[in-house]
Design a protein around this ligand. Structure first.
Ligand SMILES: [Zn+2]
Length: 312
């Protein structure tokens, strides 16, 4: 990782520490897409995470994420159980986070599970346990660029689209909870997202010393609505900061410029410059004064007097 980026990430994690009370070792909830991506791009789970957050980490896998991983695996006919995927690290490296969403602890949808851990209460969105979310773009099938485009979608196309949509939903929802750092793997690069708008609002409030206990700042409705529709490129960008108060007065672009004298010929200026230069080289104060007085002369006779001025 480049020095510039690691410095930026260290600063960002420092802000999460100051504003939201994060402490090392950071608890990182890794999801199934993240595990597949880190395996695909040959990243070592813990070292890659620690380089990204610039500190010690404690990765965790929820029971529901594990269930989602196993549900996608082929079944071993001998044991009639799914094969353990190679991309799944051993529990010593990636311990289970025991989540319980219902009476009999049946696993629920992976995204719902993660969001419920990131913000247990839906009334006040707050990342109480100081989790970091580590997720990734879903791994898509390799497509042959020479293959002609099909006009209809196959079942696999639909599955991939759905996976992409769900991946975006997870991140968009996680961004709406203040104080959730998001690690994201996209095209073999692991990044730490900039603070989301809701996080940034809390941080700014904190810095101004107007930090209220509730942390009940909801993102503006319009912004959230747009988030859902954002395409990937946009959503990866840094959230824009609010501008300061508007400067009063007319728009300078709409104000008419001062009128130029219509009969003042353009070349005159040039002549004047030449004259000034000439004066610098060989000052003739008397003559210059005369010129300055003669406004009419300047306007009316500038063109005729030009050669003379150049000579001077
Ligand atoms: Zn769960």
């Amino acid at each position: 990782m480049r020095a510039k980026r690691s410095k930026k990430y260290r600063k960002l994690m420092h802000q999460y520490e100051l504003t939201f009370g994060f402490r090392e070792a950071y608890q990182v909830l890794v999801d199934s897409n993240f595990l597949r991506a880190t395996d695909q791009f040959k990243m070592e789970l813990i070292p890659a995470l620690e380089r990204t957050v610039q500190g010690k980490v404690k990765p965790l896998l929820t029971k529901c994420s594990l269930a989602a991983i196993m549900a996608a695996q082929p079944i071993n006919p001998k044991t009639e159980k799914p094969y353990r995927p190679l991309f799944l690290p051993p529990p010593t490296e990636l311990p289970l986070r025991h989540c319980s969403h219902n009476a009999d602890s049946t696993p629920i949808d992976e995204i719902e599970c993660l969001l419920s851990l990131l913000s247990p209460s839906s009334d006040v969105k707050k990342n109480k346990e100081h989790y970091i979310l580590a997720t990734a773009e879903p791994i898509l099938r390799k497509t042959n660029p020479n293959e002609p485009k099909r006009k209809w979608k196959t079942e696999d196309d639909r599955k991939e689209e759905e996976a992409m949509r769900r991946s975006k939903t997870l991140r968009t929802s996680a961004r709406s909870i203040p104080g959730v750092p998001i690690i994201y793997v996209k095209r073999s690069v692991m990044v730490l997202e900039p603070m989301s708008n809701p996080s940034e609002m809390i941080r700014e409030g904190h810095e101004r010393g107007k930090f209220r206990a509730g942390l009940d700042v909801e993102p503006p409705l319009g912004k959230r609505k747009r988030d859902g529709e954002e395409d990937d490129e946009e959503s990866d960008e840094e959230p824009k900061k609010k501008r300061g108060p508007k400067v009063k007065g007319p728009n300078p672009l709409s104000v008419k410029k001062a009128k130029k004298r219509p009969d003042a010929p353009a070349p005159k200026k040039k002549a004047a410059t030449v004259e000034a230069e000439g004066d610098d080289a060989a000052p003739k104060p008397k003559r210059k004064r005369r010129h300055n007085k003669g406004v009419h002369w300047e306007v009316e006779d500038a063109a005729e007097s030009q050669p003379a001025e150049v000579d001077a």
